[in-house]
Design a protein around this ligand. Sequence first.
Ligand code: ZN
Ligand code: ZN
Length: 720
Amino acid sequence: MNQISWNLQIFRQILKTCVDRRDLTTGKCLHAVYIKSVVPQVTYISNHFTLLYSKCGRLSAAGKAFAATAEPNVFSFNVMIAAYAKESLPHLARHLFDKIPEPDIVSYNTLISVYAERGDASPALDLFLGMRESGLGMDGFTFSAVITACNDDVRLVKQLHSSAFSGGFHGYASMNNSLISGYSKNGFFHDAERVFSEMGPVKDEVSWNSMIVAYGQQREGLKAMKLYQEMVRLDLYVDMFTLASVLSAFTSMEDLIGGKQFHSQLVKMGFHRNAHIGSGLIDLYSKCGGHMCDCRKVFDEMPDPDLVLWNTIISGYSLNEEFSEEALNFFKQMQRAGNFPDDCSFVCAISASSKMSSPSQGRQMHSLVIKSNIQSNRISINNALVAMYSKCGNLQEARQLFDRMPEHNNVSFNSMIAGYAQHGLGAESLILFEKMLEKKIAPTSITFVSVISACAHTGKVEDGERYFSLMKETFEIEPEAEHYACMIDLLGRAGKLDEAEGLICTMPYTPNVMVWGSLLRACRTHGNIKLAEKAANHCLHLDPSNAAPYVTMAHMYTVDRRWDEVSRVKKHMKDRSVKRRPGCSWIEIDKKIHSFVADDKSHPMREEIYGFWDKMWEKIKKAGYVPDLKWASVRDDCGVTEEEKETILRHHSEKLAVAFGLLSTTEGASLLVMKNLRMCGDCHNAIKVVSDVAKREITVRDCHRFHHFRQGQCSCGDFW
Ligand code: ZN
Ligand code: ZN
């Protein structure tokens, strides 16, 4: 044996150890020695340098090592393709693949996996077919990768499943695991179960975890739990992914009690301080009833929260409207702790600002996004901003942002279409919907809620009915309770109460509170007491603690002067201790929120506000406004005078908020007022006239929609 080949063998050994250990420092020294030495190049060694750099995340060094390989073989190419795959660079991987004189199974499998990871079905499938045509053999990994790539399309999954079995590849765990997730992702749980049970001894931890996740998606927490216990019994290795899957099963079932019991097991096992598990726990508590104290406890116990954990807690708080401010506090704390927000943090923080309905907060968030220079996945941030601007009443800004977006997806369209619908701009909403179809962006169930409600708010009954059937027939979206509620609203507003009731009878499932509530509101608008009683009874049967049906019935009986009935309703409410939510309106002035209840005397500027408003009241009455005393909702038989009724009306919360807004802003500035309940008819009339007399644009967002008052008119055209 001569000296050089002996040295080379040692060299190979050391280099291989470096690759296994990802020891970049030693590897670099070896590389320097290798380049300077007079030893002729050995492809095997060059390949291992490429491999070392790729494993250590040095893509450009890997590329140089590959380019310097004197006689690259198929292994050299495969290593470099895998390096591109690791960095999610499918174009470069493909480019290199096309240069391989004779690609082997590994080349194909690696490239198919690149596409699989991105869910890019068609190039993966093309490669798979090309492989089959070329007569090159396949293995279980080929099938595993191509099934994962196609797992959005259950028909393809089924076809691949049967060819894998006829090819004799059923013994590959990874292939079966891809099938389990492919089936469960598409709702074919029985097929997933069958694959899992037929796997027999080849099952690995991934198979168990995938099946537990599948049960979670199917809201089968007990089955998930059983499978987990089986894993423990069989002494299989249970890792944080298994535990997180069990936890997510409880979350998706909204089973707080089961989740809590599991939490205490996790504590015993010492897993509760694991960041991955911690995220799962925070998710559980925030999604199952908003137990934010528990979320907080879990978070505080984490030794060193990472970005994912921060994002989970921000998202948890932002899910619950009352905690929006807290969500923003966490967002700030996260930055103070030295973490840079990513797009997920921004999306949650923006959504929290829009729930607070604070335009200044939202705007501040937008400028933070711009300053942060965040590049990745901007579309989700832009979508959140569009939704935020429209929820904060600034539809123009929302549309400008929408138009500036480099690309759109269904969420972008959904946000903008919903924005138009809520602002009563039904025509714009429908134009945008047609544009969405033109762009071949598939509408979702949410799109149709907005589209049908846009038709309802603009009185386009026939269009609404057409879209309702289009949704099912063309887009194969099964209408949910929300769509039925919108249809009832559509028919109800147009006075077609019988048709609305008929639709409820033909619903394929039991109508819920939302559906009956919709009918009840329509009955109130059209003064149909008989049907209203029926709808209200259904509502109360389904949710006895809901005050709205009582309030509506009391109002209708009051208008009809049926005092005994009014007393009966009020007694019922009292007996069942149902409390009416007090109406509250608020307005943001100079970044501060001022809220008002009816007849509010708590504001420090109450004297000025009432003084100003009394004068404005006389002006609008001169301009033609007539107080509509029925909205005072007091009984005529209680001896309340007309004058007293007018005073009650004059001090409604939305009027006080508008008065304060006019008083505190410069002439011509527009106002945005929010209300937690539906705006009353008299306030609607009064504010219309105010917009004309005071020459202001006033927007009121109530719990259903936006009203834009301008020059004595409202954008809803009084159709609401
Ligand atoms: Zn009012
Ligand atoms: Zn209006």
